[in-house]
Design a protein around this ligand. Structure first.
Ligand SMILES: [Zn+2]
Length: 162
């Protein structure tokens, strides 16, 4: 199976950053649960998996452009969370995701793919429900938080806390 070229390009950009941060993004033919290799398949996409201990995000060749935001989200779990995914508040690293999507030139595709991202601390709304002004102020707040927690540098470069 051939991977979608847009997904492939995004995965390559994500891989470059992941390697700089001491991890990796790997494109694989078929994503299957494997307790040693891929111990976690993402609950919202069968095309994404992670090995949190080894800081590896897996994306299958069957992934679509709607998985690109998920790939960035999973990188957030790997690099911007001190705890395993099951112990993490999803919303904690939203600023890291934004900074990463911006740095990698994937902001448009991340924004589109994050439409159904539930912002639990914003009255249970989804990202796609917010107006442009609401999105702006939320991003400012989440970026400040990410900088304070050293997930993102003061000039908005995504870092790793692990
Ligand atoms: Zn998550």
């Amino acid at each position: 199976m051939n991977i979608n070229p847009i997904v492939n390009d995004a995965a390559r950009r994500c891989k470059t950053l992941a390697r700089q941060l001491g991890g990796d993004v790997k494109v694989i033919d078929h994503l299957k649960f494997n307790s040693k290799l891929v111990p976690l398949i993402c609950p919202f996409s069968n095309n994404l998996g992670i090995n949190w201990e080894k800081k590896i995000v897996y994306i299958s060749k069957a992934a679509t452009i709607f998985d690109v935001s998920g790939m960035i989200h999973e990188m957030g779990h790997v690099f911007a969370c001190a705890k395993k995914p099951s112990l993490t508040k999803e919303y904690e690293f939203f600023g890291w995701e934004y900074a990463t999507a911006t740095k990698l030139g994937l902001l448009f595709i991340w924004n589109e793919g994050s439409e159904n991202y539930a912002l639990i601390e914003d009255g249970g709304k989804d990202w796609g429900d917010l107006s442009a002004e609401q999105k702006d102020s939320l991003i400012q707040e989440r970026l400040s938080y990410a900088i304070k927690k050293r997930m993102v540098s003061k000039n908005f470069i995504p870092l790793t806390i692990r």
